[in-house]
Design a protein around this ligand. Sequence first.
Ligand code: UTP
Length: 291
Amino acid sequence: MPKNIHKIIFPTAGMGTRFLPATKATPKEMLTIVDKPLIQYGVEEALAAGMGEVVMVTGRGKRSIEDHFDISAELESNLNAAGKVELYETVSRIARMVDVAYIRQKQPLGLGHAVLCAAPWVGDECFGVSLADELILPEAGCKGAMQQLRDIHEQTGGASVIGLARVPDDEVNRYGIVKAHDEDGLLRLDDMVEKPQTDQAPSNMAMIGRYIFTPRLFEILKTTKPGKGNEIQLTDAMCQLAKEEPVYGVIIEGARFDAGNPYGFLVANATLGLQHPKYGEALRKALSQLL
Ligand code: UTP
């Protein structure tokens, strides 16, 4: 039985260029879906999978993430004094849900480099990585995305596991795409390609920002050279990892939104807005008048 995974890395030091100018001074991970920032959805998913030791790899202008998970004594006492019990509880719960460590990535040299920055904090154990701009919500009665990865990690005796989704052929050039084969009912990964053209994609199974790795990944990242976009690519290190030891994929069940670009973000807001107990009905009426 592999050891329990407690540690999870949230890389949040990217430049978020697809969201400019919104992300000029605000981290992409702090953009809200209805009334909650993306990063909070990610942290809640990790906590539900028992990963309660969180490190955020941050960059310039990421202070608001730290403030979000910190106690705001003034706000809490104002809400309390005003008798806004529900809001007080919401705000104070966020500050107390998790202890977060922060590591600075001094330059955005790529996702692989961001993950490597957290190596001293993780040490010699298996760990999770989650990209909070990929919002994945469990369907009723189902497990969260990180828990689904964790189940396969345990089933395989502690192997690395990558979260996947099938995407339309004309979207493969937006993702890292995997080549896989069946191994006793599990998807064993052979190779990965970053953003291939449709005719060169080995499948339509895309990596969707949820990973569990063995610590061997850090050793590989230390020698991974800059690849596509002159960035140190996590995908390149994962290809090497899959050559050295078994890496499995799992098609994640749940409602997924690629909220790292304005279109996916709008769809996420519309979907969750329509489902919202307080705003859903009014939003439905407002939208139907527009259409
Ligand atoms: P993205 O590819 O989404 O890059 O990174 P980005 O810079 O945030 O956004 P665009 O493409 O310019 O619009 C995937 C994840 O990796 C993190 C990002 O914060 C995001 O969570 N990342 C990326 C880093 O932490 N450091 C980097 O150097 C690059």
